[in-house]
Ligand binder design. Structure first.
Ligand code: ADP
Length: 172
């Protein structure tokens, strides 16, 4: 049984992430989406919101689980009995960040391999930071995040205080 972990902040999950999730879930018996809980980082969406958004869009994928984690990725891999880390690549800039991180993980645990999936055409420019920027100007995240999540994500935008109440929309 091959288990892979797809770690990230997912603040919020985008169509680019979702594309990687669908493709990786077809390659492994089990895919665990690891939602980073980093107390020194400030997120727009809370841990609960980031986990719930991912659960909402992966609910019909039988081999996909969503878990929050903190600490070292290699320790989380060991805890979950996973030996592959999946990451997405959009650009050479991503590669510059990814390679040293994978090298450190490899030094910490030779059991863990990192595998990169290249962004699908059309998603290379999609990022969580672009979504947060768009929201900060009061514009909709439509076309950037899974359709189902648009009302909730837009609820976090400038001048819209209804985001919290809309959490019920996606948690079921
Ligand atoms: P992190 O803060 O760990 O980079 P992100 O949530 O931004 O977390 O991204 C998680 C992973 O998904 C990273 O490997 C990132 O390169 C990848 N990723 C982000 N957006 C896309 C996209 N549009 N297409 C493919 N991969 C992506």
């Amino acid at each position: 049984m091959k288990t892979a972990i797809y770690p990230g902040s997912f603040d919020p999950v985008t169509l680019g992430h979702f594309d990687i999730i669908k493709r990786a879930s077809g390659l492994f018996d089990c895919l665990i989406i690891g939602v980073l809980r980093n107390s020194s980082k400030s997120y727009l969406f809370s841990e609960e919101e980031r986990v719930n958004m991912l659960r909402s869009v992966t609910g019909d994928m039988a081999n996909v689980q969503v878990c929050a984690f903190d600490g070292l990725l290699v320790d989380f891999c060991q805890e979950m009995h996973a030996d592959v880390v999946i990451r997405g690549l959009r650009s050479a800039g991503d590669m510059e960040y990814e390679l040293p991180m994978a090298a450190v993980n490899r030094k910490l645990s030779e059991k863990v391999e990192t595998i990169w999936l290249s962004a699908s055409p059309g998603y290379a420019a999609v990022s969580s930071s672009a979504v947060r920027e768009i929201l900060s100007y009061g514009r909709s995240a439509e076309g950037f995040v899974p359709e189902k999540l648009v009302p909730f994500v837009d609820g976090k935008g400038a001048g819209n205080a209804a985001g919290k109440e809309k959490l019920t929309l996606i948690s079921g």
